[in-house]
Each structure stands twice: as structure tokens, then as C-alpha cells.
Write a protein of this length. Structure first.
Lengths: 112, 118
């Protein structure tokens, strides 16, 4: 099983749609979870950290289910500017330093 | 503007050349990272430095040699690379390298160095 697995893409949605991305991780001891966004030919940028209680930032909601080792990202009222690749990131537990491992990414395309 | 600065932005080198990629951050972060990213693939972890010591090497070939001269600088020395090593090399830093809370482990990336090996 891969360390971090994400929904295959691409997701093509109209403006205003709600879209959800899922991610699973293999190591139950992982403690750090993030969603990053990467635009074409740019570096990844933090979208939001994911906390056990779930967290929301405007149109974006992240959830963590430790029992199922599952992370989700919900985007409401999609905008054209949301078009990007969304990367799920999880730490590899048990190492002296922090290895942050990226999922393959899910590409979102929002059209007018 | 990114708070992690990488130079050069683009590098073209032959298979017999020796070159270096440089990364600098002044956020007081104690962990620094090298990632490699090929087109349409996610970033792949190469090395992690924690408090200026190499803590993780993801079985990277010895033709890539990292160096951390001080807490603000991270270099990646390149020698005898292969064409398949052509990629975007991303440097990142984080506040800490703890196993715990997400906050200390948030990565801030540089804009990357795009390497082409001929």
C-alpha cells in the first residue's frame, strides 16, 4: 500500500459546484496532515493544515478520520481560480526527522 | 515573493559537469528539505536536514550530494548526472522537525531550480 494515496483526477466542474477530494494514508502513527495547492509550473503552496476536529477556511473544509486513515478536502462554490492540482501531504512517522510525503495529486479544472 | 530563495532558477548541464543548487531562508526555520519533481508527478522527498544535520536520505544516488553550511543555507551538489535527472528541484523549510503538531511541520517552498541534463 502506498504511503499516501489520492483520488485519481482530473475533476472537471462548472463554476459554483461543490467538489470533494479524498486521500488515504498507510501509517497510523502519522500526526501531520496538510493540503497543498500547486499551480502549473509553480511551487506547492500550503492550502490548509488538517486537524483532528476538522477545520474550515472560507469555502474550504478539511476533515481527518484517524480510524479510517482518511483525509478529505471539500471546496464549495468553486471559482475559476481554484483550478490547480491539490496535493495531500502526510508525515512519515517514526523517523528522526520529518519526512513529509506527497500524494500524487488531484487535478481540478473549473470552467465557466 | 517566496521566503525561500533558490538559485539558479534554470540550469543546463552536461553529464560530466559539476554544478550546485543553492537555497536560502531567513525565517529561523530549523529543518530544510530537498524535493525532486518530474512533470505531472508529485514532489519526491530526497533529503531532510534537521538542525543542520542530515536526518533523512531517501536512498538518493551519490551523484547528488547535499550540504547544509548553516541553519539558513542548503546546497545540492550535482556531479555526473544523467538525462533522467532532469527535473524541478524544490527546496523547502519548516519551523521544526518534530513528530508532533502540524504547525511546526508546515513546509514553505522555494520557486525551484529547473534542471536540464544533456
Amino acid at each position: 500500500r502506498k504511503e499516501v494515496e489520492q483520488d485519481p483526477g482530473p475533476f472537471n466542474v462548472p463554476e459554483g459546484a461543490t467538489v470533494a477530494f479524498n486521500c488515504t494514508y498507510s501509517n497510523s502513527a502519522s500526526q501531520s496532515f496538510f493540503w497543498y495547492r500547486q499551480d502549473c509550473r509553480k511551487e506547492p503552496k500550503l492550502l490548509m493544515s488538517v486537524y483532528s476536529s476538522g477545520n474550515e477556511d472560507g469555502r474550504f473544509t478539511a476533515q481527518l478520520n484517524r480510524a479510517s486513515q482518511y483525509i478529505s478536502l471539500l471546496i464549495r462554490d468553486s471559482k475559476l481560480s481554484d483550478s490547480a492540482t491539490y496535493l495531500c501531504v502526510v508525515n512519515r512517522a517514526g523517523q528522526a526527522g520529518t519526512a513529509l510525503i506527497f500524494g500524487k495529486g488531484t487535478t481540478l479544472s473549473v470552467s465557466s | 515573493d517566496t521566503e525561500v530563495t533558490q538559485t539558479p532558477k534554470h540550469l543546463v548541464m552536461g553529464m560530466t559537469n559539476k554544478k550546485s543548487l543553492k537555497c536560502e531562508q531567513h525565517m529561523g526555520h530549523r529543518a530544510m528539505y530537498w524535493y525532486k519533481q518530474k512533470a505531472k508527478k508529485p514532489p519526491e522527498l530526497m533529503f531532510v536536514y534537521s538542525y543542520e544535520k542530515l536526518s533523512i536520505n531517501e536512498s538518493v544516488p551519490s551523484r547528488f550530494s547535499p550540504e547544509c553550511p548553516n541553519s539558513s543555507l542548503l546546497n545540492l551538489h550535482l556531479h555526473a548526472l544523467q538525462p533522467e535527472d532532469s527535473a524541478l528541484y524544490l527546496c523547502a523549510s519548516s519551523q521544526g522537525s518534530g513528530r508532533g503538531s502540524s504547525g511546526a511541520n508546515v513546509l514553505t517552498f522555494g520557486a525551484g531550480s529547473r534542471l536540464t541534463v544533456l
